[in-house]
Design a protein. Structure first.
Length: 532
C-alpha cells in the first residue's frame, strides 16, 4: 500500500519489496515531523526542532560494517580495512529483513548523493523510523519535485533498527550490521538507531565508485571566496581538528562541511546538509551553527535538555560526547546554493597534535602532502577514553579510514595527481597543543590559527620567509603578521628545548612506524619522505 507522494517513478513492489504496511514516499519536512511526533520517536524542541535519542548506539559501529565479497570486489576492496561478507549470507540477511518488515510502515526518500549532476548518485533510502527519513532528507541532496517523476535508484539503502542479525546465519560480527553489496546495488543497515550510519554508507559508496571515474572523494569541508568559486579551499581533518569550525568562515562562501568530490570540473559537495557536533557549542564562537539548534526540522540527536522548557544543555555529555544536530545547508547564511566550487587553490590538512611538536602551519610539497594524507594523523588526549593517561597518536588514513573501501594509495595517488595538474598549495595546520604536550602546554590560539589560514588563503603567506623543519622536512613560516614569531617555532615555546627534541623524535618514529604499511605501494619520492 503506497501513501505520501502519489505514483513514484519506482515503487518498492517493483523492486521486489512486498507486503509492507503503509509506505510513505518522499514526504516533506512538516509531514515527517508530524509522523515522528505521532509515533513518539522524539519530542518537539524549541523553534520546531526534533529531539531524539539513539539508544544503545550513539556513534557508528565500524567493526560491524561489511562488504560482500564477489568477483566484482575481490581485487578492488581494501580487505584489511573492510570485513568481508559472503554473497549467500547477504542474501539470507536480505530475505530475513524483508520478512521482518512485512506489515510495518516504512518511509522512502529518493535523493541525490552529489551536487554535480554529471557525477551524482541516485539513492533510495528506506527507513523504519520517520526521523531517519527526515535526517537523510536533510543530509543528502533533495531533487526538485518534477525530477522525482523519472527517479530510478542506482542504489537502495534499507535501514531497519528493530531487526537483529544473527552472526552464524548472516555472516556478520553481531546483531548490528551495515553491509554493502555492489552487485545487487543494496546497502542493509540493522540493529542500530544511530542515524549517521545512513549518511556514511552513502559516503562509503561514493568512495568506491568515484575513483574509477578519476574523481577524488574527500572527507573534507570546503569553501570559496565570495563570488569567486575559482578560489576554493578544502579542509581535511578528523573529528576534533576544527574542520567544520574553520571552514565556516563568514568571509567566505561555504560549499559544505564534510564530504566532497574533486572532478575535472572542480569541487562538489556530496550533501545538502550538515551534521555538526554540539558539545560545548556556543553562540559566541559559532553563532550560525548555534542558531540552527532552534530552527524548524533540525534534528537534535542525543542531547540533554530541560524536560519543561526544552532548553538544550550543550555541556552535559552524559548521553554521549558525540551529541549532534542535523540541519539543511541553507540554514547557514553564507552557504553556496549550488554547492559547487572550482579546483582547490589551497588544501588544508588539519591535525590536533597533543604532543606539542608540530608547528601551527607548514607548507607541503606534493609528495609531503601525499605522506601526510596517507598518515591521517591526529591524537587522543588524556581523559577522552578510559586508560588514556598521555597523548596517543591516531592515524586514520585519508583522514577517514572507516569510509575507505579501496586501498589508501588509490586516493593518495588521485590527490597527488590532481595537486600536480591544478597547482594547489598544500598546508598542514596544527590546531592542537603548543608550549608542551597536553597537560603541560596550551591549546593553539584560535585567533592565531585563523590569522594563519587567512594569510594562506589570500596568498600573502606565500611571501613570508620560511625555514625547513628538521623533524619532518616541510617548510614553516618564520614571520607572519598578527602571529607571535615564537608560536611559529614550537621548540621555542617549550620551557625545556631538550624535552621538545625527545618528544619530536618520538612522534617522528610513530609516523615512520605507521607508514611502513604503505612502503610497497608508493612512489620513490614519497618513500624518501617516509624513511627520512
Amino acid at each position: 500500500m503506497g501513501t505520501g507522494r502519489v505514483n513514484p517513478a519506482q515503487t518498492l513492489e517493483q523492486q521486489g519489496i512486498n507486503g509492507l504496511g503503509n509506505v510513505y514516499y518522499n514526504l516533506p519536512e512538516p509531514d515527517l515531523m508530524t509522523h515522528a511526533l505521532t509515533r513518539k520517536e522524539g519530542e518537539l524542541g524549541r523553534g520546531g526542532t526534533l529531539l531524539v535519542t539513539t539508544g544503545k548506539f550513539t556513534g557508528r559501529s565500524p567493526k560491524d560494517k561489511h562488504v560482500v565479497r564477489s568477483a566484482t570486489t575481490e581485487d578492488t576492496i581494501w580487505w584489511e580495512n573492510n570485513a568481508a561478507m559472503a554473497a549467500d549470507a547477504f542474501d539470507r540477511l536480505y530475505d530475513d529483513m524483508l520478512e521482518h518488515m512485512k506489515g510495518r510502515d516504512y518511509f522512502v526518500q529518493d535523493l541525490y548523493g552529489g551536487a554535480d549532476p554529471a557525477h551524482r548518485l541516485d539513492v533510495r533510502v528506506v527507513t523504519e523510523l520517520a526521523w531517519h527519513s527526515l535526517f537523510i532528507r536533510t543530509l543528502l541532496r533533495r531533487p526538485e519535485r518534477d525530477d522525482l517523476d523519472d527517479f530510478t535508484a542506482d542504489f537502495t539503502i534499507i535501514n531497519c533498527p528493530s531487526f537483529t542479525a544473527t552472526p552464524e546465519r548472516h555472516g556478520c560480527r553481531s546483531g548490528t550490521v551495515i553491509t554493502l553489496n555492489f552487485d545487487r546495488k543494496l546497502i542493509l543497515i540493522a540493529g542500530t538507531e544511530y542515524a549517521g550510519e545512513n549518511k556514511k554508507s552513502v559516503f562509503t559508496l561514493l568512495n568506491y565508485m568515484l575513483p574509477a571515474k578519476g574523481i577524488m572523494p574527500m572527507h573534507c569541508s570546503a569553501n570559496h571566496a565570495p563570488g569567486n568559486p575559482v578560489d576554493t579551499a578544502v579542509f581535511f581533518g578528523l573529528s576534533g581538528t576544527g574542520k567544520t569550525t574553520l571552514s565556516a568562515d563568514p568571509a567566505r562562501t561555504l560549499i559544505g562541511d564534510d564530504e566532497h568530490g574533486w572532478s575535472d570540473r572542480g569541487t562538489f559537495n556530496f550533501e545538502g546538509g550538515c551534521y555538526a557536533k554540539t558539545i560545548n557549542l556556543s553562540p559566541e564562537a559559532e553563532p550560525e551553527i548555534f542558531a540552527t539548534t532552534e530552527k524548524f526540522a533540525t534534528v537534535i540527536e542525543n542531547m540533554v535538555y530541560d524536560p519543561e522548557t526544552k532548553e538544550l544543555d550543550f555541556e552535559d555529555d552524559s548521553l554521549t560526547a558525540n551529541m549532534r544536530c542535523a540541519y539543511p545547508l541553507h540554514y547557514i547564511s553564507n552557504a553556496s546554493q549550488s554547492a559547487l566550487g572550482g579546483h582547490p587553490k589551497n588544501i588544508i590538512m588539519l591535525t590536533c597534535d597533543a604532543f606539542g611538536v608540530l608547528p601551527p602551519i607548514a607548507r607541503l610539497t606534493p609528495a609531503q602532502a601525499m605522506y601526510h594524507f596517507l598518515s591521517g594523523f591526529t591524537s587522543k588526549v588524556a581523559g577522552t577514553e578510559r586508560g588514556v593517561t598521555e597523548p596517543e597518536p591516531t592515524f586514520s588514513t585519508c583522514f577517514g579510514a572507516p569510509f575507505m573501501p579501496r586501498r589508501p594509495e588509490v586516493y593518495g595517488e588521485l590527490l597527488k595527481a590532481k595537486i600536480a595538474k591544478h597547482g594547489a598549495t598544500c598546508w598542514l595546520v596544527n590546531t592542537g597543543w603548543t608550549g608542551g604536550a597536553y597537560g603541560t602546554g596550551s591549546r593553539m590560539p584560535i585567533k592565531a590559527t585563523r590569522a594563519l589560514l587567512s594569510a594562506a588563503l589570500d596568498g600573502s603567506l606565500e611571501q613570508a620567509p620560511f625555514r625547513k623543519d628538521k623533524n619532518f622536512g616541510f617548510e614553516v613560516p618564520t614571520e607572519v603578521s598578527g602571529v607571535p614569531d615564537i608560536l611559529l617555532d614550537p621548540r621555542r615555546t617549550w620551557d625545556n628545548p631538550e624535552s621538545y627534541d625527545r618528544q619530536a623524535a618520538k612522534l617522528v618514529a610513530m609516523f615512520s612506524d605507521n607508514f611502513t604499511q604503505y612502503a610497497d605501494h608508493i612512489d620513490d619520492d614519497v618513500r624518501a619522505i617516509a624513511i627520512g
